[in-house]
Design a protein around this ligand. Sequence first.
Ligand code: AP5
Length: 211
Amino acid sequence: MRLILVGPPGAGKGTQAVHLAAHYSIPHISTGDIFRANLKEGTPLGLQAKSYMDKGELVPDSVTNAMVKDRLTHGDTANGFLLDGFPRNVAQAEVLRAILAEKKTPIEAALELSIDNAEIIKRLSGRRTCRGCGKVFPGQFEKCDACGGELYQRDDDKEEVISRRLEVYAEQTAPIIAFYRQEGLLITIPAVGDVAEITASAIRALSQKLS
Ligand code: AP5
């Protein structure tokens, strides 16, 4: 399965990606997680990305595209992958299409998680992330239930940055929905409600689409 998850910040892409990647036995590739891991290690890539992420802006395409191109050469992607947070504009979608055309392994579906802004703001302002393993939690958790790590609030989950991320999504990322619709790859599901039910509805929609 070669799958893309599309949706605004806080739609639950990371949450659903964990379950979908396990279901299809494919790696979960999150560009945001790769940037945050680099930042934690203090690499030049992490420091460069931070200056954009903290403002809610996109990291430049030249940096992001090269990083994804390299990640897609890893052996664990041979049987598919789930991309979470990439592509994030039409230029990135075109680069991805070209990379995969060369390998003759095109995207099979783009799954859009649909949600309104009020629910997004509620989710993101309450979200806490584990410093150890990166797992995300709604606000009421105090420690990570997977590794016991400390939970923190992402710098880009502060209110003023959330509103910029939503603007950037509307201006730059939302056009990829029309791109994938035109390619005949788009599936849209509602992303509000029980996490397990959303996963089940995604799997149902994907198997219908790919049958
Ligand atoms: P990234 O890390 O990709 O952030 P994002 O797209 O803004 O998405 P989020 O991680 O905020 O939300 P999510 O949809 O994964 O939701 P989650 O599952 O956590 O990117 C961060 C930054 O990196 C970007 O702003 C940019 O600067 C840079 N970047 C990344 N990719 C890039 C690219 N391709 N090009 C350029 N720059 C790039 O859920 C959110 C909360 O809701 C959690 O607390 C969760 O527990 C809760 N939740 C989830 N599902 C439910 C549910 N069903 N009901 C109730 N609560 C729920």
